[in-house]
Structures are given as structure tokens and as C-alpha cells.
Design a protein around this ligand. Sequence first.
Ligand code: SF4
Length: 422
Amino acid sequence: MKYFIQTYGCQMNKSDSERIAGMLKSLGYKKASSECKADLVVLNTCVVRQSAENRVYGKLKNLEKLKVQNPKLKVAVIGCMASLYSEKIKDKADLVSSIEELPKLSQLLKNIEYLNPESDYLHIQPSYGSKFHAYVPIMTGCNNFCSYCVVPYARGKERSRPAKEIIKEVTNLIKKGYKAITLVGQNVNSYGHNLDKEINFAQLLKKVNNIASDFWVWFVTSHPKDMSDELIKAIAEYEKVCPYVHLPVQSGNNVILKAMNRGYTREHYVHLVEKIRKEIPEVALSTDIIVGFPGETKKQFQDTVNLFKKVKFDMAYIAQYSPRPKTAAYKLKDNVSPGEKKKREKILTDILKETALEHNKKLVEKIVEILVETGKRGSTLMGKTKSLKTVKFESEKHLLGQIVKVKITQAMSWGLKGKYVK
Ligand code: SF4
């Protein structure tokens, strides 16, 4: 029996898909190279935006056609859409399961002897998608209830994984030769709140940093209201923790931030950025922005434009607001027109192109370390710097999965070109 997993959404979902794959392997399934060659297609879904949902509905339609050619094909919908819309989807798939119910999958696939259905899905041994960079979940769910966000409804309450489990998983990966670890969670810097043994994210980073061997650590996503001085110092001090911080601001206007229930002000955010840049001068900063939140006036949007110009992000994920059922903002009138949202998105993208280029230019002529993530010898190879910048270069050597040195020769807004040094 063969499986094929299609993942939608964030890095947390990528990590969850590794656990789904691990579980299917333990049930005797093998990975198929495409959905046409699979006996089971798993859609690991996302509900953060309407567009992500629409893609899943489109995929389910296509799979119906595939089922005509292969009547034995089974389709499973897992993840956030399954949590929120199981009733709506149940006729379109053979199996619908939230990620928390993953241990029950074996039962649903009629292999009850394999797993205890009550066990924690995070205990499932993952089948990692890469041999050198792994995503390790440290917490799941969220208690923040930002007014536009469906995650607390889809994923439930915030729940941290015991530090011991995380350290064990990371240690095993490092022993196997992994070069980079990304610690993932909806709100990693509030890590530890629900654990009996008191520990916070900065202390967890210290434990990870203390694991012997050379490797890199990234983490996503951080919330500005939970970014402590202790954590900033930890990122600056621990040599394995990379100088990259993803800090979603969402808006540069205080009225909108309040309506979004973000729990901080524009001034707090700007001050945080100043502290981070002072402590970690080589840091790359990225953010998330929503344009066209209900009621966002042109003047309020201008505050976001000004914040963008002031902070000068290295990268930003700019989204047009889309109403999500169950959220508080869903009750508000979605009164910024699609055309205006598109215009605002473009204004910010244009600023980002300039600021990202400005940061990237500083690296030209410098020799940087990169982790080579894609490409074969003799072709263009692509890797990431510690600050998560993409670098393309050529080499005749087999370098995939290695940390190598590259001299930067050219800077673009969305990446860099370089020459292999060694
Ligand atoms: S912090 Fe806000 S935006 Fe992030 S997952 Fe939680 S509710 Fe959603």
C-alpha cells in the first residue's frame, strides 16, 4: 500500500505531515511518488485563508476523477479544515480527522492493533521530509484569539510539549547528522506556560544549544507581546541559534491593532525591533501583515506604510484580509474593496522590495555560510544563510545537505547569488 501527502499552509503543518507519514510507515505504507500511484491520498489542510480552503475543495474534486480510474483509492482530509468543517467535508472524503485525532487513524484504517487511539499525536515517530533539516514541534494551539484568526478554533488551546521530549527528538536528529532544526509552534515564545515544570522558551533554547555538535536552530512563530528581554539575549548569546526573527506585526495602526486583539501597540513593536537590532546586529527580521482589515481607513493604512519604511523588514508575508467563520472579526463588515486591498498589498510589496534589497546588498563581497538545500552537482544549487536568505550558486561538487562557504556576488530583493568558496 502506498500513500501520498499533500500539505497546505504553515511550517507547523509541514511538521505534522512528517508525523502523518511516520504513522503511515508504521502501518506498513510506503511513500508514492505521486497521487496517481497512491492507494491513500492525505490532504493536510489549512484554514487560515479562504484561498487555502478553496484549493482543498478543488483538489477533492480532482481526486473524485482519480477515484473513477482507481476505485480502491482512499482520500483522507486531516488538519485544520477537518477540525472545523468535518460535516461539510465528510461526504467528499473517506476519512476526516483532526490532527489531535491522528492516533485514531490506524483504527480508521482498520489496523487497530498499531496505536493507542488516546495517545498524543506528537508522540508519533515522524518520517522527516529532509535528511538534513527537520521541523520539530514544541507547542501547538493558541490562546490569543486575535480577532481575524481561526487557529484557536481549529487547533484548540495552547499546549506545550515537555522539554525532555523535544531535547530527545533534537538529539536523535543531530546524531543522525541533521544540520538544522526549526522549532515550530503557533506562538513559540509563550512556550512552557501550561507545563507543570516551569520553563520558558529562552530556557528551552539554552537546552537545545547545549546539545553537543554543530548545528543551526531556527524557530517560528513569535508573538510581539511575548518577546522578552531574556529571549532576545538568548538569541544573541547562543551560538547555535540563528540571527533570524519572524515577528508578525499585522498592522502599524493602534486602532486596528486593538481591533485585531493583538495585545501590543505600534510603539511597543518599534521599541522591540530596536532592542532586537541592538542586541543582534546581524539579525534578519520578517513579519506578517494583513491589509484591508474591516474598517481600515486609508489614513490607518498609511501608518502601516510608515512602519514598513521605518522598520525596513528583510521579508514580509503580506495578506489581504479574508473573513474566517467563527472569528470575532467575521461579524464585522468586510468593507475594504478587493481592489483597494490589492492596491495596499502592492504598496507594501514595493517598499519591501527596496528594503530587502538594501539589506541583501550589505552581504555582497562577504563570505557567508549556507546550508545547501536543493540542487544536484553540476547544476544550480540553492541554500539558506543563517539569517534565512536564499543563495544560488554553481558547483561541480556534491554539496546537498552540507554547510558550505559562499562569496556573495549579487544581491536581489528576494535572494542572493554567490560563488562557492569551500
Ligand atoms: S497569535 Fe493570533 S494570529 Fe497567531 S495563531 Fe494565535 S490567534 Fe492566530
